[in-house]
Design a protein around this ligand. Structure first.
Ligand code: UDP
Ligand code: MG
Length: 323
């Protein structure tokens, strides 16, 4: 049976919250009104999370556990889960119970209405202000302004995506936060839904607030440069080249005018040097733009390197048959 929706959950040292999390998921699953698989990705946990997950998968035919060989980071874990997901909609959720599984039906409802991305918005966020909420406000503002995709809460993992949209998005670094941006670039319809948020009850957060914001900003620049379907390096370098070469021509013309009309000696005129310099700079920029273009295409078309390596996959259904 092909599931209609897949819930993908990255797990890194969350052993204590897993039983409560799975119980809550089982509570909401009937309310989804359709077959729904749950995919846990154990991102190299060392606290017994995998053993808990194996027990859960052994008791639930619709649960799959993917175990990565080491800790590859939340984005890679999400990528592994998304690659495995078979549902027509994919819901991402944190394993720490800060997100509330009870919000999932609302998100999927919006997907049914025709949206491709439904972004959870932690309206009342239960995290410290200076270290977590403030950097998040800054990051959300920056991303919204830079990309033209205004969302209140890029950082909230709880979001629902139409499967073919999220499966086509490259995921590196901290880029799972930018999935809605990539989705918007390929023409997705996006909406926001306020969701519940709870303080962390078990385990510890894996991130510091400001260092993460810094990484997200760098990822944003990379995304704008490499991922923007409208962005081509040759446009940027080409503009620099055009301005630079034009200046070179203008300066050169002034030098010639000064030589023939006013009798200045060209080789004593500093403007000659400047004219040659900016003209060469322009030619160099153009060449660099072409090289960057070549690099970007190689990057996009030839690189199929996975960002994770799977150790094993446990499918609850198959475990059940063996027992
Ligand atoms: N996570 C992961 N790999 C990592 C770091 C985090 O799979 O290297 C998971 C973690 O288990 C949790 C989710 O990503 O389910 C979000 O992490 P966390 O709750 O620490 O982030 P915060 O809510 O503090 O922003
Ligand atoms: Mg959390």
């Amino acid at each position: 049976m092909t599931p209609d929706a897949s819930i993908v959950i990255p797990v890194y040292n969350e052993a204590d919250s897993l039983p409560a999390l799975h119980a809550k998921l089982l509570e909401v699953r009937p309310a989804l009104g359709r077959a729904c698989e749950i995919i846990y990705v154990d991102d190299g946990s060392r606290d017994g999370s995998f053993e808990r997950l194996a027990a859960i998968a052994g008791a639930d035919p619709l649960t799959t556990v993917i175990r990565l060989r080491r800790n590859f980071g939340q984005t890679a874990a999400i990528a592994a889960g998304v690659a495995e997901a078979r549902g027509s909609a994919i819901v991402l959720l944190d394993a720490d119970l800060q997100n509330d599984p009870a919000d999932i039906p609302t998100l999927l409802q919006k997907i049914n209405e025709g949206y491709d991305v439904v972004s959870g918005w932690r309206r009342k966020r239960r995290d410290p202000f200076i270290s977590r909420r403030l950097p998040s406000v800054v990051a959300n503002w920056l991303i919204s302004r830079a990309t033209g995709v205004p969302l209140h809460d890029y950082g909230c993992t709880l979001k629902a995506y139409r499967s073919e949209v999220v499966k086509n998005i490259p995921l590196y670094g901290e880029m799972h936060r930018l999935i809605p941006v990539y989705a918007a670039w390929i023409g997705a319809r996006i909406t926001e839904v306020p969701v519940n948020h709870h303080p962390r009850a078990y385990g510890q957060s894996k991130y510091g607030g400001w260092s993460r914001t810094f990484k997200v900003i760098l990822d944003l620049i990379t995304a704008m440069f490499l991922g923007g379907y409208g962005t081509k390096p040759i446009y940027l370098f080409g503009s620099v080249a055009a301005i630079s070469c034009s200046l070179g021509v203008v300066f050169g013309a002034i030098v010639l005018y000064e030589k023939y009309a006013l009798g200045f000696w060209a080789h004593r005129n500093p403007l000659l040097l400047l004219a040659v310099f900016v003209f060469l700079l322009g030619v160099q920029s153009l060449m660099m733009g072409l090289l960057a273009e070549l690099g970007v295409r190689t990057y996009h078309e030839s690189q199929q390197k996975p960002v994770y390596f799977v150790r094993e996959v446990l499918r609850g259904g198959e475990l059940g048959i063996r027992n």
